[in-house]
Write a protein that binds this ligand. Sequence first.
Ligand code: RNT
Ligand code: ZN
Length: 418
Amino acid sequence: MNKDTLILQAYEMARERYAALGIDTDQAIATLEKTPVSLHCWQTDDVMGFESQAGLSGGIQTTGNYPGRARTLDEVRADLEFVKSLLAGTMRVNLHEIYGDFGGQFIDRDQVGVEHFQSWIDWGKSVGMKLDFNSTSFGHPKSGDLSLANPDPAIRAFWIEHTKRCRRIADAMGKAQGDPCIMNIWVHDGLKDLTVERKRYRELLAASLDEILAEDLPDMKSCVEAKLFGIGLESFTVGSHDFYTGYCATRKVIYTLDTGHYEPTENVSDMVSSLLLYVPELMLHVSRPVRWDSDHVTIMNDPTLDLFKEIVRAEALHRAHIGLDYFDASINRIGAYLIGVRATQKCLLQALLEPLQLLRQYEDNGQGFEKLALLEEMKSLPFGAVYDYFNLQHKVPVGEEFIAKVQDYEKTVTSKRL
Ligand code: RNT
Ligand code: ZN
């Protein structure tokens, strides 16, 4: 039988199975389709950017030297367009400041302006992807261990100026695309060893952020990202989870929850319902921690499934911005993107296919057996048939078909980048 016919038949059967539990698969597909996933531009080139050859710092690192890294703006854009062409649903692009169109000039971080992102704004429009943005604290001579929390007033002022400028760039992006640009502020600030002035650094970070966020910019939203530790900054992180929970709750700022940024045994999905009570929205950096590394390629694992289930159960999909954040230089980088987006969509889809009404009823009635049994049975319902159908409908590769497409692109494009 023809493959398309098989997929259609499998979907018809899946639709019936889910409908028997009161779940509308077409509705789930419609939600999946319109829920944006922001592609982190830094997976194309191992977080190098176009500012200088300074290399990565700030406690993050890529490992591997798989050939085919994007080396120019055009290559980054071509890769992102290719990735988008193989995916159903809505994609955005998440840029870092170091990916500006600097025309070969060195533009320091306290000099950056909207003009350096005009070509990105135009490109975004032309390819139908809205933009998100990030200030960049790492990979600069003034990065050191401390940026926005630096006790040296001159260095701190430099990073405040940078971050203020980035917010204005994000605002211009948001205005041009008619939809707020989500700007993430992650600073690497921390220390390698025993730290005695913790409170002072945290006061400084809070004061810097207050100054940065004071400007009213209607077409962008700011979010701040918590972290556990960085490489070479193992003992102390200024912007810890507690710091940003308090900061976001009191300032009504979006909390960026990077799934790689917590203690290995911590249940990140359990943070969703608590945070949502006190912070306006969440920005998600969907990632995968492996031992010391917070940035392995996202896969469909229990933590990611639980994260999306918690968001859907909290009826908070409209309060969550979904972005990816990982960098793997050891495998085909384009393939890594596709694995991560597909895994994210699969997790969201599974969350949308939960028989929530029935589960809630069981829980309310104290029917513990029934609830547990249903949760278990949901795991083997044919959600894959729904995901395949979603992709078929959009004429993008179904199942493993994307592997060959990535191999083709490697043969004709990325392998030529020497
Ligand atoms: C680092 C943070 C941060 C970065 C990007 C490049 O641990 O997760 O989000 O990965 O800004
Ligand atoms: Zn992150």
